[in-house]
Ligand binder design. Structure first.
Ligand code: G4P
Length: 527
């Protein structure tokens, strides 16, 4: 198949949600449709229920699950679908943000009873920043839910995106009757004894005013549905695919993932309207997927938790050309030519060695500790992909060596964990002490555990009071030097030697921004 056809038939996306909205369940149902798995329950939740490290480690330890389910590829109707998994726990949000840099679109799952929740809001901010096309699936309609119009308004308001329902529910909870698919002009009936993996009965109804509708749903619900659909058509602009592709409008679906209800409709529409791999930006130019030469970047590094194999897997998104096994590629950062004898692809829960991969595909590369997030591979051009940000951390602690004999191991461990993007390291200009910054408290436990189990090093945490770390820059060298001198005690450098201001309080930060107008304070930094 020609490269262009391979590109056109690929859809690489992530499902995001607030924990418990049904992301895992929906992923599993999509895999069932793709025939990638055959029984429900095959996709294990990566949830950390009690918020304890031991849970996280237990889950990570079952490598088969966490590595394999990082990417789930399957074929459906001639389309190659790649679902990128994102950690559910908010302490790992940064991992999710980075995964979002490797997808071409997103499906957001919302619990119909709870509406838009915090984590969804945060993740949507990242999508908005990147103009990622999003689709919304409002889930759990088999439970009593909020009014659908209220939900649509809430999504519009809270996620700051216009919505366009492409399906509409008929009641919810005990009286849930099904969903009218506006996009396909048909009715999916919800049978209360729905088997968990069964597809719904679908009835073609071209004209909602016909009495045929009343034969399937009782009069009250039928007239309500007619009214609601009239209202939808009156209130919302017709669906505009271009507006969806530019991230301005989110099509909305309703269903019940656990009952496999509304999922096929979502998938059918998704493969029709969701984008195939889009161009990627680099520091120097835009890379089109159809360019013949291979380019790609690493967006995630996954440690192997098996102590007998300390290697890691770097996940590379192919941005252009064809990736081939055993072919030399330039690792731009080191300037070295590298080839991979066993690159892996991920099909549902299986991982297998591949010979070729195309734009939109994710390839697992064996890594002995050389790769970093953001690393670029090309056929010789010195490109660097942009838009792989690291976010300003929110929690900080000093990291101290707790075993003087293991100094080297500790340094190596910290170095590699930072390359994986687990947390960020800053060195204080005041006292040279090392500060670890994270987005979630759980990371400190994870780092300590992993340093001990993977590197044989011991660390101890000491408190430090910092409100926020931000990267500073200025074209006014004098003002920058003045700022650094005055704020000496709050200055640090990051792993790449960039200046970072560690503000004690929001007030101190606001004051600094006010007093030093020529300085730019950045809350994200490119890797
Ligand atoms: P997450 O990955 O977004 O965190 O959510 P997950 O799919 O694990 O779903 C969270 C809970 O919600 C699960 O129940 C799941 O069965 C349930 N759920 C998902 N979709 C629906 C739906 O359409 N209707 C209803 N009523 N429930 C749904 P749990 O009790 O936490 O786990 P389990 O023991 O049932 O697996």
């Amino acid at each position: 198949m020609a490269l262009i056809d391979e590109i056109k038939r690929r859809r690489t996306f992530a499902i995001i949600s607030h924990p418990d909205a049904g992301k895992t369940t929906l992923t599993e149902k999509l895999l069932l449709f793709g025939g990638a798995i055959h029984v429900a329950g095959a996709v294990k939740s990566n949830k950390i229920k009690k918020g304890a490290t031991s849970d996280f480690m237990e889950i990570e330890r079952q490598r088969g699950i966490s590595v394999a389910t990082s990417v789930m590829g399957f074929e459906y109707s001639g389309v190659k679908i790649n679902i990128l998994d994102t950690p559910g726990h908010e302490d790992f949000a940064e991992d999710t943000y980075r995964t979002l840099t490797a997808v071409d679109s997103v499906i957001i799952v919302i619990d119909g009873a709870k509406g838009v929740e915090t984590q969804t809001r945060k993740l949507m901010n990242v999508c908005r920043m990147r103009r990622t096309p999003v689709m919304v699936f409002i889930n759990k309609l088999d439970r009593p839910c909020k009014d659908p119009f209220d939900l649509l308004d809430e999504v519009e308001r809270e996620l700051q995106i216009k919505v366009r329902p492409l399906a509409f529910p008929i009641s919810s909870g005990e009286t849930f009757r099904g969903v009218y698919n506006i996009y396909e002009h048909n009715l999916s009936l919800f049978l209360s004894d729905e088997r968990q993996t069964a597809d719904a009965e679908t009835v073609e109804i071209d004209d909602l005013s016909s009495s045929e509708l009343d034969a399937y749903i009782s009069g009250k619900f039928a007239s309500q549905l007619r009214e609601n659909i009239d209202l939808v058509e009156g209130v919302y602009d017709p669906f505009d695919r271009e507006a969806y592709l530019s991230g301005e409008v989110a099509p909305v679906f309703f269903g019940s993932a656990v009952n496999n209800f509304g999922v096929r409709e979502l998938l059918e529409c998704f493969i029709r309207i969701a984008p195939s791999p889009r161009p990627s930006t680099t520091e120097t130019r835009r890379v089109e997927p159809s360019e013949p030469k291979m380019t790609g970047f690493v967006f995630k590094i996954h440690a192997n938790m098996d102590p007998n194999h300390r290697d890691r897997i770097a996940f590379m998104k192919i941005c252009s050309g064809v990736f081939e096994r055993n072919r030399n590629y330039l690792h731009v950062r080191s300037g070295k030519q590298l080839k991979f004898s066993s690159p892996t692809a991920f099909m549902a829960e299986k991982k297998s060695v591949i010979d070729f991969a195309y734009p939109g595909d994710i390839v697992g590369l064996h890594d002995t500790g050389t790769f970093k997030i953001g690393d670029t591979f090309t056929e010789g051009e010195k490109l660097k992909f942009t838009g792989i940000p690291s976010f300003s951390p929110e929690l900080f602690r000093y990291i101290e060596n707790a075993d003087p004999l293991k100094f080297k191991q500790l340094a190596k461990g910290i170095d590699q964990l930072m390359d994986e993007g687990v947390a960020q390291l800053f060195t204080s200009s005041l006292n040279g002490r090392k500060i670890i910054g994270t987005v979630g408290a759980l990371q400190f436990e994870v780092i300590q555990y992993r340093l001990e189990h993977e590197y044989g090093a011991m660390c101890r945490w000491e408190p430090i009071s910092i409100y926020k770390a931000c990267w500073i820059e200025s074209d006014n060298a004098e003002q920058l030097a003045d700022f650094k001198r005055r704020k000496h005690t709050n200055m640090a450098i990051d792993k790449h030697g960039r200046d970072v201001f560690l503000a004690d309080t929001s007030y101190a930060l606001a004051l600094a921004q006010d007093n030093f107008k020529d300085i730019r304070f950045h809350f994200t930094s490119e890797f």
